[in-house]
Design a protein around this ligand. Structure first.
Ligand SMILES: NC(=O)c1ccc[n+]([C@@H]2O[C@H](COP(=O)([O-])OP(=O)(O)OC[C@H]3O[C@@H](n4cnc5c(N)ncnc54)[C@H](OP(=O)(O)O)[C@@H]3O)[C@@H](O)[C@H]2O)c1
Length: 226
């Protein structure tokens, strides 16, 4: 296979928002949802976020749940995942948790040829910096390089702009959505997919793989139909 199998995991409110208009940390998920997220991570070789998510949330990208860690060991995978962030600007604080927390097997900043040299140099002291593309990170090329690095399964964890780039490029295989029992509203509050979007005629079709309910939360798993 030329590229890893690409899964996306996101939590949204019942009105489809992944955060508030003020881009607050999406602390609306349950313990069970965080366990589910850790299980998806346990099955993956790498986890990827956009720079926007790193700048607003700087989420820990390792597996905290002990059961999920044991499951990962049973799969014969190393303790840490490869952590990847995509950024054109390279405007990322080298002091971010991304660069220091958890047993990541490697940390990769995927950026572009035109990224400011000073920022790239600073990030190069705490991560591998890959220049993949001129103005935008060329995602198919990034995926080829990750595959060559041994990544068979990549988990994309947002946010909406980054997710959109995967969908636009038809690079997504499965989507996992947790619907949480809450409403946020807000025309500027982000959703799972941002970007310019598709026309109805060009919509991506999904197949529902499973639905689970626990208390008031719903867990949906879809595959992308091709
Ligand atoms: N509920 C959830 O499950 C969940 C999960 C994750 C995030 N979130 C929320 O999502 C929000 C952030 O989402 P967002 O859409 O604003 O940002 P985002 O998707 O996290 O990041 C967007 C940034 O990623 C970089 N990027 C993405 N694709 C790129 C490409 N192909 N080439 C170069 N750079 C690329 C760019 O960085 P540069 O600007 O540096 O060039 C771009 O501005 C936050 O509010 C966060 O809380 C929610």
């Amino acid at each position: 296979m030329e590229r890893p199998f690409v899964c996306m995991n996101m939590a949204m409110t019942a009105d489809g928002k992944i955060s508030s208009a003020a881009r607050e940390y999406p602390g609306f998920t349950s313990r069970r949802d965080r366990k589910t997220m850790d299980r998806f991570r346990a099955e993956s070789d790498a986890v990827l976020v956009g720079a926007g998510t790193l700048r607003t949330d700087d989420p820990p990208l390792h597996i905290r749940d002990e059961e999920a860690r044991a499951y990962r060991r049973s799969l014969g995978k190393p303790e840490g995942l490869l952590n990847v962030v995509v950024t054109a600007s390279a405007a990322i604080d080298p002091a971010s948790r991304f660069f220091r927390e958890g047993p990541a097997s490697a940390r990769i900043v995927a950026t572009v040829e035109g990224a400011p040299a000073g920022r790239v140099e600073a990030l190069g002291r705490c991560a591998e910096v890959w220049r993949v593309g001129r103005d935008r990170v060329d995602l198919p090329e990034l995926l080829r390089r990750l595959r060559a690095r041994g990544v068979g399964r990549l988990l994309v964890e947002g946010g909406g702009e980054t997710n959109w780039e995967f969908v636009r490029g038809d690079l997504l295989d499965e989507l996992y959505v947790t619907v949480v029992p809450a409403l946020l509203g807000g025309r500027d509050a982000p959703t799972i997919l941002e970007g310019e979007g598709l026309s109805v005629g060009a919509r991506r079709r999904l197949r529902l793989l499973s639905v689970d309910r626990l208390d008031d939360e719903i867990y949906l798993r879809f595959s992308v139909a091709r």
